[in-house]
Design a protein around this ligand. Sequence first.
Ligand code: PLP
Length: 394
Amino acid sequence: MEIEKTKPVRKDLLIFGTPLIEEDDISEVVECLRSRWISTGPRVASFEKTFVDYIGTRHSVALSSCSAALHLSMLAAGISRGDEVITTPMTFAATTNAILHVGAKPVYVDVEKDTMNIDPDLIKKAITPNTKAILPVHFAGRPCKMDHIMEIAKQKDLLVIEDAAHAIGAKYKDKKIGSFGDMGCFSFYVTKNIVTAEGGMLTTNNEKYANKVRLYSSHGINKNAWQRERDNDFKPYEILFPGFKYNMTDIQASLGISQMKKLDRYFERRKQIWKRYNEAFDGLPVTIPIPEEKNTVHARHIYTILLNPEHLKINRYEFMKALLRENIGTSIHYISLHLHKYYKEIFGFKDFDFPHSTHISERTITIPFSARLTDEDVEDVIKAVTKVINYYKK
Ligand SMILES: *Cc1c(COP(=O)(O)O)cnc(C)c1O
């Protein structure tokens, strides 16, 4: 029978990254609203404290997004026009845009084909006298080879800023991701491992960076409203330099504090689903994520499979459409940035530059994966993927 005439695997649409919001999360937010202190205040301070305890850095600054954290990390590090930052194109636009927003130049190096993370050997070759920093992305929550990266940075006197948007809870040799570099940037966007709707956190051991980022997040004003409220004697605030409006609100932080308590439980659930997918897809003509490296913890943010075009009669987009007909939503992480119009035009990239990133870009799909999925949801995804592959395989 034609696949279009079969009964879809599911009745309702399962989207790829649904957040898990529970009653106690909702209560925390309601309590914040009732407190009437809804912008940056005590809950933001408490979320920052929780985060510092969890990641193990000395400081953290809650911000409106990880994009904001990446942008301010560049400013705090003093990166500007004429400087170069080494990163990969296998990431979200935010990573590269942060570099562009301070007038610096992103210098791409390719990822490793199997880990999809920055290849340390290629970093060395990309260093020039203008290089100021390395910006590794812990793809899907898999830790980059931090020993190698930190060693290169030390030898060449470069900063390291980690894009840890996928990687809350990830570890490299017993140390949390986001605590290796000079600064780490986390995201609590709706699809991420923990959510505040929109939100981000910058982690650092360097007090100067923390202070700078805090100032930059509130227009360069040296005291926020909550601090002013608590001051006994009135002192006017001062504007030290023109900053941005990148602060996190207490509403967001109330959700963040509540979600932090569930991080371990969510991670256990992610591990179960990950394992089930690995078993189920093992025999199919798709490439599944390689196992996590020894002495590391993979945060399991997204589950991606690479389709094998030699074995399928349809292309990737037709495959995604076929899954959607089964009511399984998918996404793509990522179309390599060097293939996107803007970056291609300004930097003159060719499609065949960064062959591993290109290879992944052309084949990858992200299937539903979140702590919210029930066992039935997981089996539906497996059934649908298997059904579509079997129907369209060559
Ligand atoms: C989500 C994401 C970001 C940006 O996070 P926001 O909080 O949405 O600004 C940055 N880098 C990567 C790799 C991401 O996945």
